[in-house]
Design a protein around this ligand. Structure first.
Ligand SMILES: Cc1cc2nc3c(=O)[nH]c(=O)nc-3n(C[C@H](O)[C@H](O)[C@H](O)COP(=O)(O)OP(=O)(O)OC[C@H]3O[C@@H](n4cnc5c(N)ncnc54)[C@H](O)[C@@H]3O)c2cc1C
Length: 381
């Protein structure tokens, strides 16, 4: 049975949870806010399906077509509401037009990030825009399998590890399945995200949020939060404490620092990302509202791309050159701040922990905290 000895050996993809025929596996949250499988020994029948399905324990070698394009959605409104060039919406709409089903990551009513599916084009707005938090797969692998077995077309989008988990769970090639993964920096802790929005809103309930508002342009992203009392907070990218912690890798999932799925040879059909540095390759491209980098890994993806290319602007690029400014496509991020961050967090606020681990002023913070605690004790006595 699955037994996670080292946390970096589990990406939380839910494949083991989904495959268990006895529902003996639950996904439990650890003290850093990430899901890990827990087996109920009373229900387990030792079939070992959970170990066999794990995409980390059973890594598959794949060979991709390695084609890449710079592209963007010609619908300016959708492009503005999407994180890069709005290419996801075009792919997803094509599947829905064929009576298909699209799976993606959305915010639930409490602003947790969860996977869900939609069957109409209007529903796609929930999935538009990157949510920089690990998404909870829940039962979506099982739901996708049911749609596939019923003969419906399915587009499943997610992080590279989620797509690897889905493919391993399905354990066969479905002609009616299209998979879309992302160039992924790494996924932050859902617990840290919840703590952040609580501290930011001072307990007020969030009613809307976007990580990538483009009103000041694609390169100068802004985070926008609206609360139920009508108040709003806007954070410039470089100034957002959450983004600082994300970009500096303070609170990513342990497996993200040794990611098994960052490669140009992907198991997915498509990979989508922001085409950072596109102006170096295509100086004349209109980049103000965002440009996607789309990688094509399979013939199925190439055929679908040929079908949608009337709705997009696109130019083929050399895949190796396309990722020069986006090494997250092929390399894991550095793990040099995470331990400090979680250590400081034990006795301090999120703000102190992010700043403390980034600026490496642990000593200063802990001295201040000790002093504060001493003062509190003196005041109480
Ligand atoms: C955690 C994370 C890290 C990323 N890191 C990078 C990076 O380092 N470099 C880079 O170029 N691009 C990165 N991206 C991808 C990029 O931000 C865009 O999502 C991508 O370019 C697609 O943009 P779009 O305009 O086509 O569509 P959009 O409409 O913006 O795309 C939304 C798509 O992203 C999916 N999605 C959103 N949030 C999540 C989530 N939490 N988990 C799984 N799927 C999600 C949706 O299901 C949908 O498929 C990252 C995305 C996420 C979620």
């Amino acid at each position: 049975m699955i037994d996670i000895k080292e946390k970096y050996m589990c990406d939380g993809c839910h494949a083991c949870y989904s495959v268990c025929p006895k529902d003996a596996i639950s996904m439990e949250i650890d003290d850093e806010g990430f899901w890990y499988p827990k087996v109920d020994n009373n229900k387990c029948v030792d079939c070992n399906k959970c170990e066999k399905v794990c995409p980390i324990l059973n890594k598959k070698e794949v060979k991709s077509l390695k084609k890449a394009y710079a592209c963007y959605n010609l619908d300016e409104d959708i492009r503005m509401k999407s994180s890069s060039g709005g290419t996801f919406t075009i792919l997803a709409s094509e599947i829905i037009k064929d009576n298909g089903v699209v799976f993606g990551a959305k915010f639930d009513e409490d602003f947790n990030v969860v996977h869900d599916y939609v069957e109409d084009v209007e529903g796609l707005s929930k999935f538009r825009g990157s949510k920089y938090v690990q998404s909870n797969i829940g039962d979506s692998f099982r739901q996708a399998k049911k749609f596939l077995d019923d003969g419906r077309k399915v587009l499943f989008s997610g992080t590279p590890c989620q797509i690897a988990g889905l493919k391993s769970y399905l354990n066969k090639d479905y002609e009616n399945l299209v998979t879309v993964d992302l160039i992924c920096h790494g996924v932050p802790s859902p617990m840290i995200w919840q703590r952040y929005i609580n501290e930011l809103g001072d307990g007020k309930k969030l009613s809307a949020m976007t990580f990538r508002d483009k009103s000041k342009g694609w390169n100068s992203g802004v985070l926008k939060y609206r609360f139920e009392d009508g108040s709003e907070i806007t954070e410039e990218y470089g100034e957002s404490l959450y983004i600082k912690g994300f970009i500096k890798n303070c609170f990513l999932r342990p497996s993200c620092y040794k990611c098994n799925f960052k490669t140009l040879d992907r198991i997915s059909d498509f990979t989508l990302g922001d085409f950072w540095g596109v102006e170096e390759l295509i100086p004349e491209i209109d980049k103000k509202s965002g440009v996607s980098l789309i990688m094509i890994h399979t013939k199925k993806a190439q055929d679908l791309f040929d079908d949608i290319n009337r709705s997009i602007y696109y130019e083929e690029v050399d895949i190796n050159k396309s990722i020069v400014f986006n090494t997250c496509a092929i390399e894991s991020v550095k793990n040099d701040k995470r331990d400090n961050f979680f250590n400081i967090l034990k006795n301090n606020t999120l703000e102190e922990s992010i700043n403390g681990s980034i600026e490496e002023i642990i000593l200063k913070v802990s001295i201040v905290m000790k002093l504060k605690n001493k003062m509190r004790k003196i005041l109480k006595s």
